[in-house]
Design a protein around this ligand. Structure first.
Ligand code: ADP
Ligand code: ASP
Ligand code: MG
Length: 414
């Protein structure tokens, strides 16, 4: 029997009514003769609420206890969905990540999934049950509950779909596809029929929260097609797959615009270390210390003072890691005899993404000109073959996305 894997995000299971709606959809698939595995996120903003609750108790939570706490949200939605299904006469069982065989690395809060052991899952499917699994979590080698990073239920779903060798992983959410940019910021944004793993991975990594970046990475490794679609409608959404498969499906690649999409990351912060003595080894020391604390550093810029004896360095980190990043940087600054450490969480990152960008010169200059016309100051810039990112003041981020979306004609039908 073919197995179908569905994933429902927080908004899609946000209320008892919505859970019943999901149950009806899932039951229909099972009634049509398929085995069904469902991965769920926590209801609505439950995870945020659990984190707020945590901050009322402590400023420096123990990572193990953090995972114990935030993983509970998914248990609520999974068990409720299983009960809603049972209530409709559809046999169902809910499993935690650990019970479902999701094994992760031994790292709290942002572990990778190492493997999915299918024994229990297969047994429940064989018994004719719909299996509802808590997303966002697994267990490590000690048997501790581990979470896999905010938004990680998408990755749970793709990993489970890949282990089950499903044809496609259906990810149901509150938008009906991947758009040229967040439709909440630009209502004229255009829905994409297809997007390649590479472009989607870049969009997701650069802040388009519609998919967890590692879900796209995992899908590309296993060549798993992701169908991102609405949990309220039955319409076709967006297919995320390899360029070869896109070619097969639509006969031709979609017109290769230089820029395919725009992402906004409002979850970053900037750290600066000023007047660091300009000698070999300083960057290695600073970024080595940050890496040792498992702090992900994204953009890095260094400027040399005219005297040539000292340099300023600035870098960005995820906003929740700012406090720790500043502490580590201050420690290193002292050892290096740098002048001072500054930080700013009032920043956002705006990025253009597109595989075609590499072959079309002028994209960067047009981006900078557009921002300048909007009187938006660029604080940092990084580029790669398929993206250009600028850090701007947080309050200007959305306006930057709107202006760029228009300037690059992304609202026009391709
Ligand atoms: P879920 O709870 O289902 O995982 P998320 O809130 O994580 O849903 O992701 C869906 C949201 O992603 C949408 O409501 C939309 O505002 C946002 N989003 C950001 N960028 C894009 C994009 N390029 N296309 C579609 N949605 C986007
Ligand atoms: N509930 C988790 C979060 O809010 C995981 C997810 O939604 O994918 O981050
Ligand atoms: Mg999500």
């Amino acid at each position: 029997m073919e197995v179908i894997v569905h994933k429902y995000g927080g908004t899609s299971v946000g209320t008892p009514e919505k859970i019943k709606n999901v149950a009806r959809r899932v039951k229909k698939v099972r009634d049509d003769g398929y085995e069904v595995v469902v991965i769920v996120s926590a209801m609505g903003h439950t995870t945020d609420e659990l984190i707020d609750l945590m901050h009322k108790v402590t400023d420096s939570p123990d990572p193990r206890e953090y995972d114990m706490l935030v993983s509970t949200g998914e248990q609520v939605s999974a068990s409720l969905l299983a009960m809603a299904l049972q209530n409709m006469g559809c046999p169902a069982v809910s499993l935690t990540g650990g019970q479902a065989g999701v094994v992760t690395e031994d790292i709290y809060k942002k572990a990778r999934i190492k493997e999915v052991k299918l024994d229990r899952l297969k047994k429940e499917l064989k018994a004719g049950k719909v299996v509802v699994i808590t997303g966002f979590q697994g267990v490590d080698s000690k048997g501790d509950i581990i979470t896999i990073g905010r938004g990680g239920s998408d990755t749970s779903a793709v990993a489970i779909a890949a282990a089950l060798k499903a044809q496609v992983c259906d990810i149901y959410t509150d938008v009906d596809g991947v758009y040229t940019t967040d439709p909440r910021i630009v209502p004229e944004a255009r829905k994409l029929k297809y997007i390649s793993y590479e472009e989607m991975l870049e969009m997701a990594s650069l802040g388009a929260q519609v998919l967890h970046p590692r879900s796209v990475e995992c899908a590309s490794i296993y060549n798993m097609v992701i169908h991102l679609r609405s949990s309220l409608k039955n319409d076709v959404g967006t297919y995320i797959m390899s360029p070869e498969r896109i070619l097969e499906e639509c006969g031709k690649m979609e017109k290769k615009e230089a820029v395919r999409g725009i992402a906004l990351d409002e979850n970053i912060a900037k750290v600066g270390i000023l007047k660091v003595p300009d000698k070999p080894g300083t960057a290695a020391k600073l970024f080595g210390a940050l890496a040792a604390e498992k702090i992900n550093v994204d953009m890095i810029v260094q400027s040399v003072h005219s005297s040539g004896t000292a340099a300023d360095m600035a870098f960005t980190v995820d906003r929740p890691e700012l406090k720790k990043a500043v502490e580590v940087t201050q420690k290193v600054a002292k050892e290096l005899q740098a002048e001072s450490v500054v930080s700013d969480s009032d920043v956002s990152k705006v990025s253009l993404v597109g595989i075609g960008m590499v072959s079309q010169p002028g994209t960067a200059s047009r981006m900078f000109a557009t921002l300048s016309e909007e009187k938006i100051n660029i604080q940092m810039i990084t580029t790669s073959e398929i993206k250009i990112s600028c850090v701007v003041k947080a309050e200007q981020g959305k306006r930057a996305v709107q202006a760029l979306h228009k300037a690059f004609g992304l609202d026009k039908v391709a």
